[in-house]
Write a protein that binds this ligand. Structure first.
Ligand code: HEC
Ligand code: HEC
Length: 285
């Protein structure tokens, strides 16, 4: 009995009653808001904007030193490598650059090399969401766009034709890559993923031209990916590819191995004959 009477007095004395009333009012307003505001228009607290916020934070720490705090390009300070503005490069460019370990760049050079990725897939997604939010640019493609697990043989053949028309000038007809002027190079395409083939075409890293969806429609891109995946899978059945240089390297190997074997046999026979003779001589003695 006594406690029931005393509790409210205690509350009043500590201003707790007020707090409870305000709290209840806040909860009511919050719930009403959640019910009334349609899904997806939740604004500042939506999962996408949380991702963008997370990306902005990661960017400030790991990328802004070169690309600027607002990703609008860094100036070339003392000994610092400037990064280009990323406004409008799109989420796909970030996904490509960071998942292949090219970004964050470490030292200046003719071309930023690939290395094991520094960020987790979730962090890459956040960075991509942030840069994607800065201006219109190619989005990370949906998986259907580059999934070629059920590609037909015709698609692979058509992809080969498109590849020879558009890509072999730099990447070599077997996708093995090649050197470019000024110490730059087009990398081999034997290790890359379907997603990054698509994104490389969409964003045109460095010396590579952009193959927009107007130039190579999505079906063409898919065909090229199907062709490259079939090349990766048939990666030299039955031995070494010898650089896929054809008769030249095959001839060289034929020469080295063939002549080498002949020489070895000749030496072996040559070494055997005197020994036999010597032993004969000994038994005679
Ligand atoms: C040490 C400096 C440096 C750091 C750190 C750095 N970048 Fe870069 N970034 C560059 C340079 C230089 C280029 C241009 C590279 C080239 O042309 O090959 C570039 C290019 C890029 C591109 C390609 C732009 C385009 O036009 O396609 C993207 C995307 C990118 N950076 C994102 C990032 C992200 C995200 C981070 C942080 C995780 C980051 N960079 C960290 C220097 C840097
Ligand atoms: C003018 C030369 C050129 C042409 C044409 C070209 N590329 Fe590239 N490509 C490059 C260069 C240079 C790079 C490396 C960029 C870098 O390191 O930043 C590259 C990178 C790539 C990568 C990334 C590889 C990796 O390991 O991360 C892929 C995939 C790719 N190219 C596919 C293609 C396809 C498919 C085509 C044809 C539709 C094509 N390229 C046409 C020059 C070219």
């Amino acid at each position: 009995m006594r406690s029931v009477v005393r509790a409210p007095r205690l509350w009043r004395r500590h201003g707790l009653a007020k707090a409870v009333v305000v709290g209840a009012a806040l909860v009511t307003v919050g719930l009403t808001y959640a019910v009334l505001v349609p899904n997806g228009a939740a604004g500042a607290d939506g999962p996408q904007s949380q991702k963008i916020e997370e990306g902005r934070r990661l960017f400030a720490v790991g990328c802004s030193s070169c690309h600027g705090l607002n990703a609008d390009g860094g100036s070339n300070g003392e000994g610092r490598m400037a990064g280009p503005s990323l406004v409008g490069v799109g989420a796909a460019a970030v996904d490509f650059q960071v998942s292949t370990g090219r970004m964050p760049a470490v030292q200046p050079g003719a071309q930023v090399p690939q290395k094991p990725p520094v960020y987790t897939p979730e962090e890459i997604e956040a960075l991509a969401a942030y840069v994607g939010s800065l201006g219109p640019g190619p989005a990370v493609p949906a998986e259907e766009a580059y999934d070629v697990s059920n590609a037909t043989q015709e698609e692979v053949v058509r992809g080969g034709e498109l590849f020879r028309t558009n890509c072999t000038a730099c990447h070599n007809f077997a996708g093995r890559g090649g050197a470019l002027p000024h110490g730059r190079y087009a990398p081999s395409l034997m290790e890359t993923t379907p997603r990054n083939i698509y994104q490389a075409m969409l964003t045109g890293p460095q010396q590579m031209p952009v193959f927009s969806d107007q130039v190579l429609v999505p079906e063409d891109k898919r065909a090229i990916i199907a062709y490259l995946v079939s090349l990766q899978e048939s990666n030299d059945p039955g031995g070494f590819g010898l650089g896929r240089l054809g008769p030249v390297s095959e001839g060289l190997w034929g020469w080295l191995v063939g002549i080498g074997l002949l020489v070895a046999v000749a030496v072996w026979i040559g070494a055997k004959v005197p020994r036999v003779g010597g032993r004969n001589g000994q038994t005679k003695d």
